[in-house]
Design a protein around this ligand. Structure first.
Ligand code: ATP
Ligand code: MG
Length: 566
């Protein structure tokens, strides 16, 4: 193996810190800053210092190798992009506040790319003319820009972050399915090589014939996604994507609806208690405005509405909660006593649990009054059933019925069969086998490269610090000179020998730093093997320590070098 340069800590442009940064909330943020891997430049904007850059480069290399292995071609497109293509697909507006928009000196509109479907579609439109030019998979590893609402979690959620984004172009649906499957396999290899623990989760509702999408989620407390895992079958899904089938019930025996006076029952809890029924027997109706129009959302009284799901259902329309002012303009809507029966000019969407035939106690649309025996499909119509409740631990698995287990996770990758959304908007056709134009179908696939570094830190760190898997570590061996000139000389000598054999070495040769501080720092930095030239240096004996297990062993210099270069 080729000689590699030794990184000397006496010259390293990175200081370790004893204390956590004041603004850090998650473990990876604390440790990556303290160990000198990254520095915050502004909210959600990060600088990568030498050790951090090495880890990032290792992740990039693994991603690149596995993408190349499926025949994907690497390109590099600009991050500074013109408005027009994003105007054509409506994303200039639909992206909302997350999009960084800017103007040049002539007043022309530009954006910083949050993801590049438009630009890749135009590239293929320019380069491919016939079905013979397809299929093709293109990728880049590049900075992306999103003005995230809460850039709090350090590297996990940057406003500038590194992503591998790839795009597949096929003439047929089967081709798209193949390109998707290739990515799925490549991602499995990437995350396995990175040493990440992950699950592949359904990310969209998976409606019949709809586009398919899966997320790669790395379980971690710091994660902002919640996924549900079935302990009995292979079902795993982002809770955002869980949907239940509608199960109508027979309501022939339910008596007619009847108003009941219910004074002093402003909440579901007080209502249920005063009637002596479980909250699940009541139907609560949340009012929202969708692009200004009032919509009522019905869910069982014991469940919470997931506003993100409501938003996702109506996207790109804007969803807001109704205000006092809205009630003032609609005297027919009685605050606290809204019921779906007799609701006029209001779209009513409801959770599938509000299936046809189910019977409820709900608001009577009169102050201080509820109505019982209100039957879905008999006393009111549901315009659309949509899964809008917050999924809870123990909810039935949609596949086998077993109680689901919930966990927090970090989304590290996402694969998506887009279909023709972008190729329609930008009119990407190629000449088909029969000489007629065919509309191209597309997939888009992302890996959070910088986020993967933080996700790895989250999953592998222990109470002493970072603890990198070998393939991504900033060095193979951390040599510590624990003593004076003799130890430093030996440490540098061993480092040179290891480097000559291609081993990546970080050597702590800092003068005037105590062995105790150096040991603590070596554990914080997290290189997998730590080699200490200490007390027995004069006899040519060193100590080799495994960062993860803490196991240590005394070896002669020759043995240690042989071991580490094996
Ligand atoms: P999230 O739900 O976390 O915002 P997303 O659905 O917006 O993610 P995609 O648009 O699918 O993400 O982007 C592809 C990948 O880029 C994600 O799987 C994730 O790993 C990474 N990513 C997305 N946003 C960020 C960010 N702000 N900082 C770092 N990595 C990110
Ligand atoms: Mg996002």
């Amino acid at each position: 193996m080729a000689n590699v340069p030794v990184q000397r800590m006496s010259q390293l442009m990175a200081k370790t810190l004893r204390d956590d940064p004041a603004d850090a909330e998650v473990l990876s943020h604390k440790l990556l800053v303290r160990a000198g891997y990254v520095r915050r430049t502004a909210a959600g904007i990060w600088s990568w210092l030498p050790l951090g850059k090495r880890v990032l480069a290792n992740v990039e290399r693994i991603v690149r190798e596995e993408m190349d292995a499926i025949g994907a071609q690497e390109v590099l497109l600009p991050a500074l992009l013109p408005r027009e293509p994003y105007e054509a697909t409506a994303r200039w507006d639909e992206y909302g506040q997350e999009l960084f928009r800017l103007q040049d000196r002539k007043g022309g509109d530009y954006l910083l790319g949050p993801t590049h479907e438009e630009i890749f579609t135009l590239l293929v439109k320019d380069q491919a003319s016939s079905y013979k030019d397809l299929p093709v998979i293109l990728y880049q590893i590049q900075h992306k820009y999103r003005d995230e609402a809460r850039p709090r979690a350090g590297i996990l959620r940057g406003r500038e972050f590194l992503m591998k984004d790839s795009y597949s172009f096929d003439t047929e649906d089967e081709g798209l399915a193949r390109s998707y499957a290739l990515h799925r396999e490549a991602y499995r290899k990437i995350f396995a090589r990175l040493g990440l623990d992950y699950r592949i989760c359904a990310a969209t509702a998976g409606a019949m014939g709809g586009s398919k999408s899966e997320e790669f989620l790395a379980p971690a407390e710091a994660g902002e996604d919640t996924f549900a895992d079935c302990p009995n079958c292979d079902f795993a899904a982002n809770t955002e994507a869980i949907t239940y089938a509608l199960k109508p019930v027979d309501a022939t025996d339910v008596p007619a609806a009847e108003d009941i006076p219910t004074p002093d029952t402003p909440t579901i809890e007080t209502l249920a208690a005063s009637l002596g029924v479980p909250a699940s027997a009541t139907l609560k109706n949340l009012l929202v405005k969708v692009d200004g129009e009032i919509v009522a959302v019905g869910v069982p009284g014991d469940r919470e509405v997931d506003l993100d799901k409501v938003e996702a259902h109506f996207a790109p329309a804007v969803v807001e909660l109704v205000t006092e002012a809205d009630f003032a303009t609609r005297p027919d809507l009685v605050r606290g006593y809204v019921g779906p029966q007799g609701l006029d000019k209001v779209t009513y969407i409801a959770d599938p649990r509000v299936a046809p035939g189910t019977s409820w106690i709900t608001g009577a649309n009169k102050p201080g009054t509820h109505t019982k025996n209100v039957v879905a499909g008999r006393d009111f119509e549901v315009d659309r059933h949509v899964d809008v409740v917050v999924v809870q631990e123990g909810d039935p698995c949609p596949k086998c019925g077993t109680g689901l287990v919930l966990d927090r996770a970090i989304e590290i990758g996402h694969i998506f069969q887009l279909g023709r959304k972008y190729t329609d908007a930008l009119k990407l056709d190629v000449l088909g086998q029969n000489g007629k134009p065919v509309r191209v179908t597309m997939g888009s696939y992302g890996v959070g490269v910088s986020r993967a570094v933080a996700a790895l830190a989250e999953q592998t760190a222990d109470d002493k610090g970072l603890c990198w898997p070998k393939e991504v570590a900033p060095a193979d061996v951390h040599v510590v000179a624990a003593g004076k000139a003799l130890q430093t000389e030996l440490a540098l000598d061993i480092s040179g020998k290891l480097a000559a054999a291609g081993v990546r070495v970080l050597v702590d040769d800092r003068p005037g730093v105590s062995p105790g501080v150096k040991f603590t720092d070596s554990e914080l930095i997290g290189v997998p093997q730590i080699l200490v030239a200490g007390r027995r240096a004069a006899d040519g004996v060193v100590e080799l320590k495994d960062r993860r297990t803490g196991e240590r062993e005394e070896l002669t210099v020759e043995e240690a070098v042989a071991r580490l270069t094996a």
